[in-house]
Design a binder for this molecule. Sequence first.
Ligand SMILES: CCCCCCCCCCCCC[C@@H](O)CC(=O)SCCNC(=O)CCNC(=O)[C@H](O)C(C)(C)COP(=O)(O)OP(=O)(O)OC[C@H]1O[C@@H](n2cnc3c(N)ncnc32)[C@H](O)[C@@H]1OP(=O)(O)O
Length: 255
Amino acid sequence: MAAEVEGAEAAQPAASAEKKKKLQQQQKAAEASRGKASFLATAWLILYNTVMTAGWLVLAVSMARYGLAKGSNRGLYRSIEKTLKIFQTGALLEVVHCATGIVPSSAVLTAFQVSSRVFLVWAVTDSVKPVQNEYSVLIYLSAWTLTEIVRYSFYTFSLLKYLPRAIKWARYTLFIVLYPLGVTGELLTIYHALPHVYRSKLFAYPLPNALNISFDYYYFLIIVMISYVPIFPQLYFHMMSQRKKVLGEPKAKES
Ligand SMILES: CCCCCCCCCCCCC[C@@H](O)CC(=O)SCCNC(=O)CCNC(=O)[C@H](O)C(C)(C)COP(=O)(O)OP(=O)(O)OC[C@H]1O[C@@H](n2cnc3c(N)ncnc32)[C@H](O)[C@@H]1OP(=O)(O)O
């Protein structure tokens, strides 16, 4: 009996050492798989941001060449619409990046930013043809293009750990002017679209109908315009606090 107890006591430390070893192995495997996932996420983000920088650069060059050749904004939207649609719609992936946690930005703020632009391209500028030659389209296109070249190149250089100071400064400074400029262009474009939507009854779904629900795109556009009032300041002040965090003076050491 005594010998049995002694044997069990001797086996206990061996079993706990085995358990500890197993746990360490599991931790190591988890760390390795986290490292692999983070490497893949970084590689994907470098590819994504590089392609997006290139896309917006192509847009900038196309817009400049069109302006120099024609000396007018008439027909500009038609000439760049394919590239614009590809790269602005491609920004929807940014919401996925936030939602999956591979970038630390807020998914809600990013969703507002991206969806309002995708909406403006597809549901306003592309759907209401007469607004395409308005100056407001040129205004928002210029603000978006400049912003995105700087923003995506900022992310690319940051991921490559080689960030020129000028790009960092531009990322967190140009928005002060470009954000209100872009919003002005966007709101004016929706405003110009209103009479056309009203007359053509675009996307209207009047009663009576099988679903017994009515939808009036004209009033929907007015609601979208009003929603800029509470949402835009949140985006703007978020960028202001990012600016303070990144470009702010480092705190002086207390003596
Ligand atoms: C269907 C109906 C629609 C209804 C609409 C309702 C109305 C909505 C109103 C909306 C108004 C929008 C107007 C807008 O379209 C006008 C313009 O854009 S005009 C042009 C000027 N615009 C700008 O300057 C845009 C500025 N805004 C943004 O950059 C983003 O939207 C914002 C979400 C505000 C950015 O915030 P974020 O927190 O992401 O800032 P950071 O760039 O500092 O990033 C924080 C950290 O995340 C890392 N990150 C983010 N993205 C990436 C990426 N793609 N790749 C790699 N890393 C990324 C970044 O490096 C930071 O990391 P860390 O903190 O570690 O440094």
